[in-house]
Design a protein around this ligand. Structure first.
Ligand SMILES: [Zn+2]
Ligand SMILES: [Zn+2]
Ligand SMILES: [Zn+2]
Ligand SMILES: [Zn+2]
Length: 413
């Protein structure tokens, strides 16, 4: 239980790390011309002519010769090819890029049944949109239906993207995209770094190669204990939030004599409104066993609950927004309870899920006092690690999770 909590708090999203920033900015400008002429994706004709030319000539020198001879003899044929001045990697951009975001992300790349490419985060976004709109997700290029069963990973494209060159965003050095991640984060001499005395309050941030000179001259180690203390208090404050959360959970575990852990599944439903809104609900489950004398009339051994969830609850049409968030509520289904009960609860991932489908959320403890008249807690935020994480969850048929519930101590139930 404890180990589980610690693990969740420190979780980071593997997708967000790899899908960010290190993309070739200059090339995207260079390639803008291609996109406008081909809508970001090669037409059947141009892609087959590309693959034919690869099949005919394996070496680029050979291709170049052929291209030159074409250019002098028959200008009409040239128009089928990309301008010769473009480098191979620039030409490959439009061949290998995601048909939705037009980027070359270092993530899982899927293809539709006809072979059109889509990166995993765009796939999740399309799947989430389709679920919210109650319609099928379709390939951005050929409009065939896409879902988890109809798309396949394209490992060759994933590997090819890793081998394509891109420029370091700090020093402009050209490396393969695979090397670039490590270079930009750990090796680049121009990458921004902090002074080693930043815990003592030094705000300096500059290129890595200036760090040693700065630290030699930095005045912060010479500051008085009093000044340093002020900065340490700021650091302590941010650490305190994490500690308070752990303390509150430990406190609940050690003081509450009634707690319940439920592994449940959100299944999707539609509201009866004019525009059917998507919502999620679990099956009924029973928590906090009761003795017979404490029972009300409904022949249950404990309280019956369900959990409900919504997406972008504060918006009329969640599909209009790129930012997605999920809120949830705990609903008491038992009627005629003899006196109010206060329940503390939080949602975390189900320990039985493998990593690919595991819910990635921080932990936030909520509490609500249930009574005969107040059976529904307010909708509160499920603190998912990112908006993309919400899309990812929406792309699954069901969402597995675990809810931990604690009955307020000293209650006579
Ligand atoms: Zn994409
Ligand atoms: Zn397609
Ligand atoms: Zn660099
Ligand atoms: Zn400094």
């Amino acid at each position: 239980m404890e180990g589980n909590n610690v693990q969740i708090i420190t979780l980071t999203s593997p997708e967000s790390a790899s899908s960010t920033s290190h993309l070739l900015n200059t090339s995207s400008n260079l390639m803008a011309g291609n996109y406008s002429s081909s809508s970001g994706v090669l037409s059947q004709d141009s892609s087959s002519s590309f693959s034919n030319s690869i099949a005919e000539d394996n070496s680029s020198d050979c291709k170049r010769k052929k291209f030159k001879s074409c250019s002098s003899e028959s200008p009409k044929i040239i128009s089928k090819f990309k301008p010769f001045e473009e480098k191979l990697e620039e030409r490959l951009w439009s061949v290998l890029c995601c048909a939705v975001c037009l980027e070359l992300p270092l993530t899982t790349i899927y293809q539709c049944s006809k072979g059109h490419l889509i990166c995993i985060s765009c796939f999740h976004h399309l799947m989430a949109d389709s679920k919210l709109k109650e319609e099928n997700a379709t390939c951005a290029t050929c409009r065939c239906i896409i879902n988890r069963d109809s798309v396949y990973r394209n490992l060759a494209v994933e590997k090819a993207i890793r081998e394509l060159p891109a420029n370091c965003q700090h020093c402009n050095k050209m490396l393969t995209r695979m090397q670039l991640y490590g270079h930009e984060n750990d090796e680049c001499e121009e990458r921004p770094v902090s002074c080693c005395y930043n815990r003592l309050g030094c705000p300096w941030r500059g290129p890595a190669h200036e760090k040693i000179n700065h630290e030699d001259a930095c005045q912060h180690p010479n500051r008085s204990g009093h000044e340093v203390l002020q900065y340490l208090e700021k650091v302590d404050k941010t650490l305190k939030e994490d500690k308070d959360l752990l303390d509150s959970i430990l406190n609940l575990i050690s003081t509450s004599d009634r707690f319940h852990i439920q592994d449940a599944q959100f299944k999707s439903f539609r509201t009866d409104e004019y525009i059917h809104r998507l919502f999620f609900e679990t099956a009924k489950f029973q928590a906090f066993e009761l003795s017979k004398s404490q029972l009300s009339n409904d022949n249950q051994n404990g309280f019956q609950f369900v959990v409900k969830a919504r997406v972008n609850d504060d918006q009329k049409d969640p599909t209009q927004s790129c930012e997605r968030k999920m809120t949830y509520q705990l609903v008491l289904k038992s009627s005629k309870i003899t006196s109010p009960i206060k329940v503390h609860y939080f949602i975390t991932n189900s320990p039985y899920d493998h990593d690919e489908i595991k819910l990635k959320t921080k932990i936030k403890v909520y509490s609500y006092e249930f009574s005969d008249n107040n059976c529904e807690s307010p909708y509160t935020l499920l603190p998912l690690l990112s908006s993309g994480e919400c899309n990812r969850l929406l792309s699954f048929k069901v969402i597995n999770f675990r809810i931990c519930m604690f009955l307020e101590p000293k209650q006579k139930y």
